[in-house]
Design a protein around this ligand. Structure first.
Ligand code: DGP
Length: 112
């Protein structure tokens, strides 16, 4: 079952897209929790970290590389956080693997 993120990939619903290549798409979170809050997603429909296969290794690596490049492009020179929520205890709401890139303010630890 395609998630809302597949609809963003397919341009069926709008999003503020900041980066795209053959593997990943990155767009601003609709409900930002920090001044910069961008979601990096694989175009492949992977539900969560629990669903990764060996063949996803390059895809996941590419998403992390893209996150780092976007952080630089966004000027997050003081640091940032890259978060993946997994499953219900992890707080995952959208069943399509995504990396939250958050920065632009001091982030607290531990998260709630
Ligand atoms: P998570 O709880 O880890 O599954 O985070 C899902 C994030 O996705 C949440 O921060 C809000 C964001 N989100 C949900 N629907 C949309 C949407 O339609 N557009 C955009 N840009 N972000 C969305």
């Amino acid at each position: 079952m395609p998630s809302i993120f597949t609809k963003i990939i397919d341009r069926e619903i709008p999003a503020d897209i900041v980066f795209e290549d053959d593997t990943c798409l990155a767009f601003r979170d609709i409900s930002p929790k920090a001044p910069t809050h961008i979601l990096i997603i694989p175009k492949r429909e992977i539900v969560s970290l629990d669903d990764l296969n060996d063949e996803d290794e390059q895809t996941v690596g590419r998403c992390v590389m893209v996150a780092s490049k976007i952080a630089e492009a966004e000027g997050l020179t003081n640091g940032y956080r890259l978060v993946v929520n997994c499953g219900s205890d992890g707080g995952q709401e959208v069943p399509h693997l995504h990396f939250h890139l958050m920065g632009g303010r001091k982030l607290t630890w531990p998260p709630g």
